[in-house]
Design a protein around this ligand. Structure first.
Ligand SMILES: Nc1ncnc2c1ncn2[C@@H]1O[C@H](COP(=O)(O)OP(=O)(O)OP(=O)(O)O)[C@@H](O)[C@H]1O
Ligand SMILES: [Mg+2]
Length: 511
């Protein structure tokens, strides 16, 4: 048997699956693509996460596009974090050219240019569905996490949330949080001290400063109502999974907001989705392009949380895929959990690069057909070293793959096309509305002014007793005012309490 026939047989054995799978491309041996030596990935193990890595311009983003569109064609929706704004083309059909035809024939696939159902989303001012979350939903643990608070400051945050929960003060945005913090050491000082003990104004000031820092990164746009329901990521249109593209081009220099957003999204999905046993295909896949931005600026604590959630979210049928230049950008603890690896070419410019390359090579299954470290540096554009998990959860044989071209457009959408897409979106109609409900800010203002008026009225005679009687009355007024706002909020808060516990207990276990 010739070496190439032996190779073809080797791949056929390693890449034949019972359940549904997607074709990634065809195997390459000694830099020669072998015709019809298809390399596939089973949908069943895509909830075991993945990595797409490689030097700049080697084809990572196109690989992400290929996987997302094949998932969509199989009815699996996905969420793409688009940090460079180069993924919107998925909404439009690609075009046939000789380059594409050559790949198509070598791989042995049909090539039908197809646009997929796309929903454009934003956490700031870009055109698209506005993604938001309330401060209450975030909870004190995540909130402290992103502000990197110490234990004392965390204690104050916990107190603030507890106070707002029991007194039905919805914390919708950062303005609400600041108002309550201010109240705690000023007008509400007496009440708080009675209920919880004294709170240090210095600690509150520090937290205030951290909130302002968050605001400077644009977090005001993100916190508020209506908050996004993650079930809206899980949609199909005509049997095709909806690709939700979160446009994050304006977030590159605001890393804190990005890692916060990531963690909140993951934990929200984790809480909301039901457990899903062994399924034929994932329920949702999440792709994070330029993932080094999540990790390079995250605190150790935040990393631990991300690691824990990534591990747990698998059982909900959710796959997370990190796209980055070198695998060393991803912490080992997360890297160890990734089942699919698509490694594009690496370039060796420095001693550190060479070290990274040999470390990367060691992380791949040994192959009789390749010298992994040499292949890593010599692969062409749109080629990659691939290993996945087969249906039994065992790594598939290492394969140097000529990847299939995307069926959707490789170029981005024009402004006009984006405008048209956004104007047709049912989610834009649902979420891009301004809600101005009474929240902690307004309710406390009312409480304070009523207390002031009462104090003025009663200032001369018997001031003491009336004060406490008034407080009870005021509280019931607040209850009344906030009833409507709270209906939805309460349901969510109970949920949140659970996660607050879960997230809290993780960090507890770790120490
Ligand atoms: N699967 C593919 N089929 C056809 N052409 C491809 C494929 N992958 C990559 N290419 C070609 O390579 C170019 C660069 O790919 P891509 O933008 O995906 O690189 P990248 O690794 O994401 O780069 P960067 O690090 O700059 O983000 C594409 O514009 C396209 O022309
Ligand atoms: Mg890219």
């Amino acid at each position: 048997m010739s070496k190439s026939d032996e190779f073809k047989q080797h791949l056929e054995q390693g890449y034949t699956f019972k359940g549904p799978s997607i074709i990634l491309g065809t195997g390459i041996l000694n830099n020669e693509p072998i015709s019809h030596a298809q390399v596939k990935i089973p949908l069943k193990t895509l909830n075991r996460h993945g990595l797409i890595a490689g030097a700049t311009g080697t084809g990572k983003t196109k690989t992400l596009q290929v996987i997302a569109e094949q998932l969509s064609l199989n009815g699996v929706p996905s969420v793409l974090m688009d940090l460079k704004g180069d993924l919107s083309g998925i909404a439009m059909p690609g075009s046939v050219n000789p380059h594409v035809e050559k790949r198509r024939d070598l791989i042995g696939i049909d090539y039908d240019p197809t646009g997929l159902p796309v929903e454009l989303m934003t956490i700031s001012h870009e055109n698209g569905v506005k993604l938001r979350a309330t401060v209450s939903e975030f909870g004190p643990v995540l909130m402290s996490q992103i502000m990197e608070l110490n234990d004392t400051q965390r204690g104050v945050m916990a107190l603030v949330f507890r106070y707002c929960d029991t007194h039905h003060l919805p914390l919708l945005d950062l303005k609400d949080l600041k108002k309550v913090l201010q109240y705690v050491t000023n007008e509400g000082k007496e009440e708080i001290t009675k209920e919880f003990g004294a709170v240090s104004p210095a600690t509150v000031n520090t937290i205030m400063r951290k909130i302002i820092e968050l605001e400077q990164q644009g977090a005001e746009d993100f916190f508020g109502e209506p908050s996004f329901e993650v079930e809206d990521f899980v949609r199909t249109v005509d049997g095709k999974g909806v690709v939700s593209i979160i446009r994050l081009t304006d977030i590159q220099n605001r890393p804190k907001l990005f890692s916060t957003f990531m963690l909140s999204l993951l934990s929200e999905i984790y809480e909301t989705f039901p457990e899903q046993g062994d399924a034929e295909k994932p329920k949702l896949c999440l792709f994070i392009d330029e993932a080094h931005l999540v990790f390079s600026n995250a605190s150790k604590d935040l990393l631990e949380k991300i690691e824990a959630i990534v591990k747990l979210i698998r059982s909900k049928g959710v796959g997370v895929f990190f796209c980055t230049q070198t695998p060393t950008d991803v912490p080992d603890s997360v890297l160890g959990q990734l089942g699919l690896k698509v490694q594009h070419a690496l370039r060796a410019f420095t001693a550190k690069d060479r070290k990274d390359i040999s470390k990367t090579a060691e992380n791949y299954p040994i192959s009789a057909f390749y010298k992994t470290d040499e292949t890593l540096t010599s692969m062409g554009i749109g080629e990659a070293l691939v290993t996945a998990l087969n249906e039994k959860g065992i790594p598939t044989p290492l394969a140097h793959v000529l990847l299939r071209p995307p069926v959707s457009r490789m170029d981005i959408l024009s402004d006009q096309e984006i405008q048209t897409l956004v104007s047709k979106s049912p989610l834009v109609r649902k979420y891009n509305v301004e809600l101005d409900r009474d929240s902690a800010f307004e309710l406390l203002e009312k409480k304070i002014s009523r207390a002031e008026a009462a104090a003025e009225q009663a200032s001369a005679p018997v001031p003491k007793k009336t004060t406490s009687a008034k407080t009870a009355k005021e509280t019931s007024l607040i209850d009344e005012l906030s009833k409507n706002t709270m209906v939805r909020q309460i349901g969510r808060t109970i949920f949140r309490e659970l996660t607050r516990g879960i997230l809290g207990s993780f960090s507890g276990k770790k120490r």
